[in-house]
Design a protein around this ligand. Structure first.
Ligand SMILES: Cc1cc2nc3c(=O)[nH]c(=O)nc-3n(C[C@H](O)[C@H](O)[C@H](O)COP(=O)(O)OP(=O)(O)OC[C@H]3O[C@@H](n4cnc5c(N)ncnc54)[C@H](O)[C@@H]3O)c2cc1C
Length: 402
């Protein structure tokens, strides 16, 4: 599709590889900060249509809505379709207390928004050309050469599968969990297969969702019900692989029955309102977020368990932190790509992402079993978090990126 007329220009400040939510947001933010930016994407994103809701939805945190607002994209997303949610309820099927978050109690207009992946990508993508980002699509990265001898000489050369090359001061790998650029940069990952699938679908409920997100921990994995527009909810149900396949293939009536039971009928009877899809759940954590002049962001750096709906939120926090550094460098008249600045960003983000990734993994492991001792302890853990307002506030502030 797009090969911008400006792509013949010499060296860019930055080349972003991957045009998902994270890559495009990063490219737009850097362009707004006055950098010359190119973006490489393997596949042109399919058009989003309100009549065909995307099954991949995110619980979008306030700090990331603010980032998209600064990029002049959020208003369009919210106008098209974003469902604010005001309450969240978390509980364990094995018993114990309920952990609840309420926007009123936290003095916030909402806790976050439920947004479709396809809508986000479409609204972001539309801005690329307007903001002067050079787009190479469809194109895949096949080669990387990094030179870092002296400050002025330092840079990257990216080779594309169409035979073209792009030169830049830095490259950003935002090409997802199977990142080709991460491999070319020689950054290893620590991987773990959770032997679970995430089953996703839209459902209708007997009772209105009342802008409430639910998460119930079951022995096979957590079930999340996320409130969407037009009275629908989206489910993300983490399950052992065989169980997920069985539920995906069973007839709709039997599925509705099992789903309602698994949800503890928190919204009354639930009924499928879309096809069902499943995706494998695994952890992939890059051992570093930087190799010389290549920075990793989003799923290229960290693929996490979806139980807290934080996948895209963590990725956009990589972007926000990076853009703060770029703006700071510009304001002080310094190099945005000084090695010390790249290193500081990479160290801070790697540390935050590693803690979050392992925390989600631990919660999933502790709650996805029915061993008596852990069952007893975890019920109390939710109860303590639920009864201590300061702890509850701290948990929410962390999830909200505040
Ligand atoms: C099937 C699926 C379902 C998911 N469902 C949920 C969910 O329900 N809830 C949730 O919170 N999270 C979910 N996730 C995770 C969530 O989508 C990611 O955390 C988030 O999209 C990360 O964004 P990203 O921009 O870093 O990567 P991605 O969205 O993966 O974007 C990477 C981009 O890079 C492009 N690309 C890849 N290779 C190359 C290459 N060699 N050259 C050029 N371009 C390339 C791809 O085409 C893509 O556009 C799901 C992930 C998948 C794969």
């Amino acid at each position: 599709m797009t090969v911008s007329a400006r792509s013949s220009r010499g060296r860019f400040d930055a080349v972003v590889v991957g045009g998902g939510v994270v890559g495009i947001a990063c490219a737009l933010g850097m362009a707004d900060a006055g950098l010359d930016v190119a973006l490489v994407e393997a596949t042109e994103p399919p058009a989003w249509s309100p009549a065909k809701p995307d099954l991949r939805v995110y619980a979008f945190a306030p700090d990331n809505a603010a980032l998209l607002d600064r990029l002049n994209v959020w208003e369009e997303v919210a106008r098209q379709r974003a469902q604010p949610y005001r309450r969240m309820r978390v509980w364990d099927a094995a018993g114990g207390d309920v952990l609840e978050f309420d926007a009123d109690e936290l003095a916030r207009p909402q806790l976050g928004w439920i947004v479709e992946h396809g809508l986000l990508v479409e609204c972001l993508w539309r801005q690329l050309e307007r903001r002067g980002v050079v787009v190479r699509c469809p194109a895949r990265v096949t080669g990387l050469v990094v030179s870092d001898e002296g400050r002025d000489e330092g840079g990257v050369r990216i080779t594309l599968d169409d035979g073209g090359t792009l030169d830049a001061r830095i490259a950003i790998a935002a090409d997802g969990g199977q990142s080709a650029l991460r491999e070319l940069a020689g950054i290893a990952t620590d991987d773990r297969d959770y032997d679970q699938l995430g089953l996703v679908a839209y459902v209708r409920s007997e009772q209105p969702h009342a802008q409430t997100a639910f998460q119930r921990f079951l022995p096979g994995g957590p079930l999340a019900l996320l409130p969407c527009t037009e009275g629908r909810s989206s489910i993300v149900w983490s399950l052992p692989v065989d169980e997920a396949r069985r539920l995906q293939e069973m007839d709709a009536t039997a599925f509705n029955h099992e789903l309602t039971r698994a949800s503890d009928a928190c919204l009354g009877r639930l009924e499928l309102d879309s096809v069902r899809a499943a995706f494998p759940l695994r952890r992939k954590l890059a051992r570093a977020q930087r190799a010389e002049r290549v920075l990793l962001m989003g799923d290229a750096a960290h693929v996490v368990h979806p139980l807290a709906g934080q996948g895209v939120n963590l990725g956009l926090r990589d972007v926000s932190a990076w853009l703060r550094g770029v703006r700071d460098a510009k304001a002080k008249g310094r190099d945005f790509d000084a090695p010390a600045r790249l290193q500081r960003w990479a160290r801070e983000r790697r540390s935050d992402n590693a803690v979050s990734t392992l925390a989600f993994e631990t919660i999933n492991r502790v709650y996805s079993n029915d061993l008596p001792v852990t069952t007893l302890l975890r019920g109390h853990a939710l109860g303590i978090a639920g009864r201590v307002p300061m702890l509850r506030h701290a948990l929410w502030r962390h999830a909200a990126g505040i």
